[in-house]
Design a protein around this ligand. Structure first.
Ligand SMILES: Nc1ncnc2c1ncn2[C@@H]1O[C@H](COP(=O)(O)OP(=O)(O)OP(=O)(O)O)[C@@H](O)[C@H]1O
Length: 836
C-alpha cells in the first residue's frame, strides 16, 4: 500500500465513542434493537472501542439480509412451481413475478460486501431542515438520532418498519455525503465503517460539531470539502485490479450533487482525467433506477462506453450496487445481431461519422428505386403487359411522396404500378369498336388488378425495380459497387471515396462482425431508419421457433404419457397442460428484463441514456443515441481535452445544439482522484498547450514518486521500454502486493512491444484487463487506469493524429502511481518539465 507522502489533515481515528443509552435497554430478545448503539452523547467515553461497538449491529444487519434472501428465494421457488391457467395473461403475470423475485435475489446477493459502510449521528435538537423547492429536507420527519447507511435499505418489520439501514440513494442518506462542519445538516458525527467478510475492521469518525469535537479532543474535518478522507485515501492507494469498483462508501460532495441531479433534460458532466466522471455516471444510473424505479425499469437505462474493453472494465460496478437492469453497450453494438469489430483507419471512421453521410445514405436508398432503361415486356394471362419508364416513374413519385421508409413505401409503389397497368389493360380490352365507350366496369377492373398482382413475373419485375432491402445488404452493396458508390458521392475526392470502397463482394453472412467496423454499425442504424423495418424474416424465424418449441414440448409430453406405472389417482401431465402451453412456459421462462429486450430491439427507446467518454462520438453516432432517447433524459460525461477521435467533439454546444439547442445544463468535477500531483503537473503543461484557458483538476494526493524521462536510441527502444515495464511491475508488486502496468505507445509500435513483453493488443483489439502488463495504443486505453505507465515515443503519439496532443494528455493521466517516458527522439516541448 502506498503511504501518501502528502496527507491532509484528517480526524484522528477512534476518538469518538459509543455509549449505551435508552435504546439499548430494549428487551434482549430483540436483536435489531439490542444491537443498535446509541447516538453520540454527552459523557461518551473516548477510550471505548468503536470497532467492537459496531460489530453487533452490523452482524444483525447481515442476519436481516440472510432472512430476506431466504424469503425471496422461497417466493421465487413458489412462483416457478405454480401452475397458471395457461392464458397469456396468467403466463405473463407469473413471469413478471418470477422476473421480480429473480432481480430482488440478485440485488440481495450483490450487496454482501460492505453492506453497511456508514453511520450518521444526528443532533436530537436539530432544527427542521429548510424545505428545498417546497419539498421536505432529507432528514425531515426521521425520529431516529442514529442512521446507518449502506448498499440497500433494510426495515425492521417487527417495529413499525423502522429503518435499520438506509439505502445510500435515499434522501435521508444524503448528509452522509454532503454534510460539512460549515454546513452540518443536523449531523454531529459521520462514521465510516470498513468491513471484510461481515467483520468490522475499522471505523473513521468525522466530528462535524465544533463543541462536540472540543469535548472529545477530536479535530474537526477542515480539508476543502473532502468527505471521509482517511477512507478515501485508503481506497485510492490500493493496487488496481483491472476492474473498476464502486465508490459508494466515499462519494464526494461535488460528485453527489451530480449523481442526484434531476433526471430531466440533458446534463453534461465535465471534468479532467480521474475526476470520477465514469464512477459518477454509473452511480447516477443506480440512483436514477432507485428514485424512478417504475418508469425506468420499464424502459431501461442505457450506458454507452467507447469500446468493449472499457465496458468490461466497468461491468462490475452496477451489479455491485445491486442494479442488473442496465444495458451497457458501445454505439456500434446497438445494431442488434451485429458485433462489428473490424479495425479501420481513423480517417475512414471520421469520414463515416460526418453528418453528410445522411445525404449519402438517403441518396443510396433512392438509387435503389430504379426506372427501367427500356420497357419491360411481359405476358400476363395471355395478354401483353408493358412496364415502361413513364408508368414506373409515376408509381415511384407517388410512393416517394408518402415519405415513408423505403420498404414501407414499396406497397404504394406496387399498388400504383399495378393500378395503372390494370387501367391500361381495361382501356385496351374494353374499348368498343367505335372507341368511345368502355364495355368493362369497375368489377372487371378489380379482377384485372387481382390477376396482375398475383402474377409472379410482374411481381419479380417490380421487386427488381423497388427491392425490399435490409440495412447490411444496402450498405454492403454500396461499398462494393463502384457505380453505386460514385452515384452517391458526386463531388467527393477519389481518396475520400476510396475510404468507403471495399474490394470483393458483400460478405456471405451479412452480419459477419469482422466485415463491419463500429462506424459502419452506426451507418447501418441510419440506413435502417431510411429503409423501415422489414420484419418478415424476424416474424418467420419467430414462427419457426414456436413450431420447434411446440414439437419439442409434444415430445416431452409423449414420453411422460408413456410412463406405465403412473398412479391412476393422479393427474397425468397431459391432463393439465398441452404442448402449446408447455412451449409457452419454456420459452417465456427467460424473463427478459427491459435491458435484455432493448438489446434485441433496434427501435427500443430508453428511459435514460448515459454516455461515457462522450467527447469521442461522431455526429452520426449522436443521431443513433438521440433516436434511442426521444425524451432527452440524458447524462453525458466527457472531457473535450481528451478527444482523440477525429470526428469527436470540440465543444458540447456544437454537439447538442441540433437536438436541444441551448437547453442543457453543465456540471463540473474538479478533483482528480487518480493521477498523483507529480504526474498531473506534467499533464497540466500538455493541457495548457491544448487549451490555454483550461484548468487542470486538483490532484487529491501525491505518490512521492517523480515521473521520469529516459532517452534511448531507436534500436534499443523496445528492449528499454520492456525493461522499464518489468521494473515498474516489480515496484508495484513490492509496494502494493499486486497491480498492473501499461505500456502505451503509437499504434505501429504496439506489436513489437507486445512481442517483447509477451502479450498486448494490436490497434483496435481488446485489451486484456487481467494481464499484468498491458501493451496498447492510447485510444484503446481511454477511460482505463493502471498503477504504473511506461509511455513510449511521445513525439510519435503527438504526430500520429491531428489530436495527438489530446492523446498524449490521456496517456499521461492513466497512472495512479508512477510514470516513465521512454523517448527515441527529442522530448516534445510540452514535456520540458521532464527533461530536468
Ligand atoms: N469518491 C471517490 N472515492 C473513491 N474513489 C474514487 C472516487 N471518485 C473517483 N474515484 C476513483 O478515481 C479513479 C478515476 O475515476 P474515473 O475513471 O471515474 O475518472 P474519469 O473522470 O472518468 O477519468 P477519465 O476522464 O480519465 O476517464 C477511479 O479509480 C475511481 O474509482
Amino acid at each position: 500500500m502506498v503511504v501518501p507522502a502528502h496527507r491532509r489533515r484528517t480526524v484522528p481515528l477512534g476518538k469518538a465513542c459509543v455509549t449505551r443509552t435508552s435504546s439499548s435497554t430494549e428487551p434482549a430478545a430483540d436483536p435489531a434493537r439490542s444491537a443498535r448503539p446509541a447516538a453520540l452523547a454527552e459523557g461518551d467515553d473516548a477510550a471505548a472501542d468503536p470497532v467492537a461497538a459496531e460489530q453487533p449491529y452490523v452482524a444483525m444487519l447481515y442476519g436481516k439480509l440472510d432472512e430476506r434472501r431466504t424469503e425471496t428465494a422461497a417466493l421465487l421457488a413458489r412462483v416457478l412451481r405454480e401452475e397458471t391457467t395457461g392464458t397469456p395473461q396468467a403466463v405473463s403475470e407469473r413471469d413478471a413475478a418470477a422476473q421480480m423475485y429473480s432481480e430482488q435475489l440478485a440485488t440481495l446477493s450483490a450487496v454482501e460486501n460492505g453492506l453497511c459502510f456508514g453511520r450518521l449521528d444526528l443532533d436530537p435538537d436539530r432544527p427542521p431542515p429548510p424545505p428545498v423547492d417546497g419539498e421536505p429536507g432529507p432528514i425531515d420527519g426521521l425520529d431516529q438520532d442514529v442512521l446507518y447507511v449502506g448498499r440497500l435499505g433494510l426495515l425492521d418489520d417487527e417495529h413499525d418498519y423502522e429503518p435499520l439501514l438506509i439505502d445510500w440513494r435515499a434522501p435521508a442518506a444524503r448528509p452522509y455525503y454532503t454534510a460539512t462542519a460549515a454546513s452540518p445538516d443536523g449531523v454531529r458525527r459521520r462514521r465510516h465503517i470498513r468491513s471484510r467478510s461481515r467483520r468490522v475492521t475499522a471505523v473513521d469518525d468525522e466530528i462535524l460539531d465544533l463543541e462536540e469535537a472540543a469535548r472529545l479532543g477530536a479535530s474537526v474535518t477542515q480539508r476543502t470539502g473532502l468527505t471521509g478522507e482517511a477512507v478515501l485515501l485508503a481506497a485510492l492507494s490500493a493496487g488496481r485490479t483491472g476492474r473498476m469498483g464502486d465508490i459508494v462508501a466515499t462519494i464526494q460532495g461535488e460528485q453527489d450533487r451530480v449523481i442526484r441531479s434531476s433526471a430531466n433534460g440533458v446534463v453534461v458532466v465535465e471534468g479532467g482525467p480521474g475526476t470520477g466522471k465514469t464512477a459518477v455516471a454509473l452511480h447516477r444510473a443506480a440512483y436514477l433506477l432507485y428514485t424512478h424505479r417504475r418508469q425506468l425499469a420499464r424502459r431501461g437505462v442505457l450506458v454507452v462506453g467507447p469500446n468493449p474493453t472499457f465496458l468490461r472494465y466497468i461491468e462490475q460496478v452496477l451489479p455491485s450496487l445491486g442494479e442488473t437492469s442496465v444495458l451497457l453497450s458501445t454505439v456500434g453494438e446497438l445494431y442488434p445481431g451485429l458485433a462489428a469489430h473490424r479495425h479501420e483507419p481513423a480517417a475512414a471512421a471520421a469520414l463515416k461519422g460526418r453528418t453528410e453521410m445522411t445525404k449519402v445514405l438517403s441518396t443510396a436508398v433512392r438509387d435503389r428505386q430504379e426506372l427501367p432503361r427500356r420497357p419491360i415486356r411481359l405476358v400476363v394471362d395471355g395478354e401483353p403487359v408493358v412496364l415502361d419508364r413513364d408508368l414506373v416513374a409515376q408509381a415511384r413519385t407517388r410512393a416517394r411522396r408518402t415519405r415513408r421508409p423505403h420498404n414501407d413505401a414499396k406497397r404504394t409503389f406496387i399498388r400504383e404500378a399495378v393500378d395503372q397497368l390494370a387501367r391500361r389493360e381495361v382501356d385496351r380490352v374494353g374499348r368498343d369498336l367505335d372507341g368511345r365507350s368502355n364495355l368493362l366496369d369497375r368489377g372487371d377492373l378489380a379482377d384485372v388488378r387481382a390477376g396482375l398482382r398475383a402474377d409472379p413475373d410482374l411481381r419479380a419485375a417490380l421487386d427488381a425495380l423497388w427491392p425490399t432491402l435490409t440495412p447490411p445488404q444496402l450498405l454492403a452493396e454500396l461499398y462494393t459497387d463502384d457505380r453505386r458508390l460514385r452515384a452517391v458521392t458526386r463531388g467527393w475526392s477519389d481518396s475520400d471515396r476510396a475510404l468507403l470502397a471495399r474490394a470483393g463482394g458483400p460478405p456471405e453472412d451479412l452480419l459477419d462482425g469482422s466485415w463491419w467496423s463500429p462506424a459502419d454499425a452506426v451507418l447501418l442504424d441510419e440506413v435502417a431508419e431510411l429503409l423501415g423495418e422489414d420484419d418478415t424474416a424476424a416474424r418467420e424465424a419467430e414462427e419457426r421457433k414456436r413450431e420447434a418449441d411446440e414439437a419439442y414440448a409434444a415430445g416431452v409430453l409423449e414420453i411422460l404419457a408413456m410412463e406405465e406405472d403412473w398412479d391412476p389417482e393422479l393427474l397425468r401431465p397431459t391432463d393439465v397442460v398441452d404442448a402449446s402451453v408447455l412451449a409457452d412456459r419454456t420459452r417465456e421462462a427467460t424473463y427478459a428484463s427491459a435491458a435484455e429486450r432493448a438489446a434485441d430491439d433496434r427501435t427500443w427507446t430508453f428511459g435514460h441514456v448515459i454516455v461515457d467518454e462522450a467527447q469521442e462520438l461522431s455526429p452520426m453516432a449522436w443521431r443513433v443515441l438521440m433516436r434511442r432517447c426521444p425524451s432527452r433524459s440524458m447524462t453525458l460525461v466527457g472531457d473535450v481535452a481528451q478527444t482523440g477521435a477525429r470526428g469527436g467533439a470540440s465543444s458540447w454546444g456544437e454537439v447538442l445544439s441540433p437536438y436541444v439547442a441551448s437547453r442543457w445544463r453543465r456540471e463540473v468535477l474538479t478533483v482528480n482522484y487518480r493521477t498523483p500531483a507529480e504526474i498531473m503537473a506534467v499533464a497540466a503543461d500538455v493541457l495548457a498547450a491544448i487549451d490555454p484557458s483550461a484548468t487542470p483538476p486538483d490532484s487529491v494526493r501525491e505518490s512521492g514518486i517523480a515521473p521520469t524521462a529516459v532517452a534511448v536510441d531507436e534500436a534499443a527502444l523496445v528492449t528499454e521500454a520492456a525493461a522499464r515495464a518489468r521494473a515498474a511491475r516489480a515496484d508495484v508488486v513490492d509496494a502494493e502486493g499486486a497491480g498492473r502496468v501499461a505500456v502505451l505507445a503509437p499504434g505501429e509500435r504496439v506489436d513489437a512491444l507486445a512481442a517483447a513483453l509477451g502479450g498486448g493488443a494490436g490497434p483496435g483489439a481488446e485489451v486484456d484487463l487481467e494481464s499484468e502488463v498491458v501493451v496498447s495504443e492510447v485510444a484503446d486505453a481511454k477511460g482505463l487506469e493502471f498503477d504504473a505507465v511506461v509511455l513510449v515515443d511521445p513525439a510519435g503519439i503527438v504526430d500520429a493524429s491531428p489530436r495527438g496532443l489530446n492523446d498524449l494528455y490521456v496517456a499521461l493521466t492513466r497512472a495512479t502511481r508512477s510514470l516513465v517516458v521512454v523517448h527515441p527522439d527529442a522530448l516534445p516541448a510540452v514535456l520540458d518539465r521532464l527533461s530536468g
